[in-house]
Write a protein that binds this ligand. Structure first.
Ligand code: GLU
Length: 420
């Protein structure tokens, strides 16, 4: 088995284990479990693309609809060399519980194309995106399944999807995707929504733990959309971001990194490596640095039974999807770290996707401050709801979040009943 298959296979096992723990704690009946545990629909497609050198390359791609019980399937599209069907199934499953935790009227879905976007031209990416869109066309639509950005996809990718879908139908349909450029019906505040949501949940956790954010030390693993915005907002709030990593390297300064400067370097070179006024450290050293807040914002399973014991952070804020394995969870639980689980912590992205979809459907657009205020309300309410289950039922935050999400989907399926 390849490394990619090991990582991805793992992620779906983790998703199923998360579900079982929540279902047990909720004492869900076997009938309800059967109805909501597994994906409703899975489509695997071949995406042939003529590459710049003239040859045709076949990409494998998927779209998984895990649930449409509470509304249309919702979730991003990932372009990454390690994408597998199992990984997409895991991510789609997490989307269902995530949308239910923040109580937005969506189910869960996810898409993925196994490709290496860092080594493809804009033209190749556009052709691949358009052909993939046409292959999954029967599944998607503003009332059916609404894609969005995920790892290595962005507003431009969403614009190509919106255009391909609209050209096929014959009229513009902006509500088919979220995370679009503003000029195509995107929402103000969507691009930074995941990082902003992470920030709001960290504020809530600090309040709960009586920790002052000003002067708190922060380590961020992964400096993409979610990690960099979370770092920026924490920096602006007076926290000291002492170390940051991306797929190319890790930079450290015990007195705090200049985050706006680092974002500038990343935008210019695509790397954090070589940032002036910092020293290079290894990924393992990064995770074990003494700090108050650790933000894993990269991929699944980056903190596992092998490296979790070195983590000393008081708060672990999961900006990524599935960064902690169940073994890591158990170790950190024993050490007393407070975990803000992914389906709560990073739900700001899909929450503003919901706002974008509402604006598109109403053809009426909101000001940035309205988006921020509503997002803060949604995130802080969800945090309070999860914390209440955590304290009243004496379960870890992850189980509490899954109980809230799974419980809401279970309630909906029970009321809907079974067809025919
Ligand atoms: N890809 C993001 C996530 O994992 C956002 C999904 C969306 O906005 O639909 O939550």
């Amino acid at each position: 088995m390849t490394t990619a298959a090991v990582i991805a296979g793992n992620a779906y096992d983790v998703a199923l284990e998360n579900f079982d723990s929540a279902a047990d704690a909720l004492e869900l009946s076997p009938d309800i479990r059967e109805m909501i545990k597994y994906p409703e629909r899975i489509l695997t497609v071949t995406v042939p693309v003529r590459m710049d050198d003239g040859h045709i390359h076949r990409f494998e791609a998927h779209r998984v609809q895990h649930s449409t019980v509470r509304g249309p399937a919702k979730g991003g599209i990932r372009f990454h060399p390690q994408v597998t069907l199992d990984e997409v199934k895991a991510l789609a499953t997490w989307m269902t519980w995530k949308c239910a935790v923040v109580n937005i009227p969506f189910g869960g879905g996810k898409g993925g194309v196994t490709c290496d976007p860092k080594h493809m031209s804009q033209g190749e990416l556009e052709h691949m995106t358009r052909r993939y869109t046409s292959a999954i066309l029967p599944l998607i639509g503003p009332q059916q399944d609404i894609p969005a950005p995920d790892v290595y996809t962005n507003p431009q990718t969403m614009a190509w999807i919106m255009d391909t879908y609209s050209m096929t139908k014959g009229y513009p349909i902006p509500g088919v995707v979220t995370g679009k450029p503003i000029s195509l019906g995107g929402s103000l505040g969507r691009n930074e929504a995941t990082g902003r949501g992470v920030f709001y949940t960290i504020q809530s956790a600090c309040e709960h733990l009586h920790l002052t954010l000003k002067g708190a030390t922060v380590v961020v693993q992964g400096f993409g959309n979610a990690g960099s915005i979370a770092a920026q907002l924490l920096h602006e709030a007076g926290a000291k971001v002492i170390a940051v990593s991306d797929s190319t390297g890790c930079v450290y300064n015990r007195n705090g990194l200049d985050i706006p400067g680092l974002m500038h370097l990343k935008a210019l070179t695509g790397k954090v490596e070589g940032f002036p006024d910092s020293e290079a450290i290894s990924p393992r050293e990064l995770l074990t640095l003494p700090c108050d807040i650790l933000v894993p914002a990269a991929l699944e399973n980056t903190i596992d039974g092998g490296n979790a014991s070195g983590v000393t952070a008081k708060i672990v804020a999961e900006a990524a999807n599935g960064p902690l394995t169940p073994a890591a969870d158990r170790i950190l639980e024993r050490k007393g770290s407070f975990i803000i689980p992914d389906i709560l912590c990073n739900a700001g992205g899909v929450t503003v996707s919901y706002f974008e979809w509402v604006q598109d459907e109403q053809h009426l657009f909101w000001e940035a401050q309205d988006v921020y205020n509503r997002l803060e309300r949604v995130m802080k309410t969800a945090f309070r709801d999860v914390l209440k289950i955590h304290t009243e039922r004496k379960v870890p935050m992850r189980i509490a979040a899954n109980m809230l999400g799974v419980g809401r989907v279970a309630e909906a399926v029970q009321i809907r009943g079974i067809y025919p």
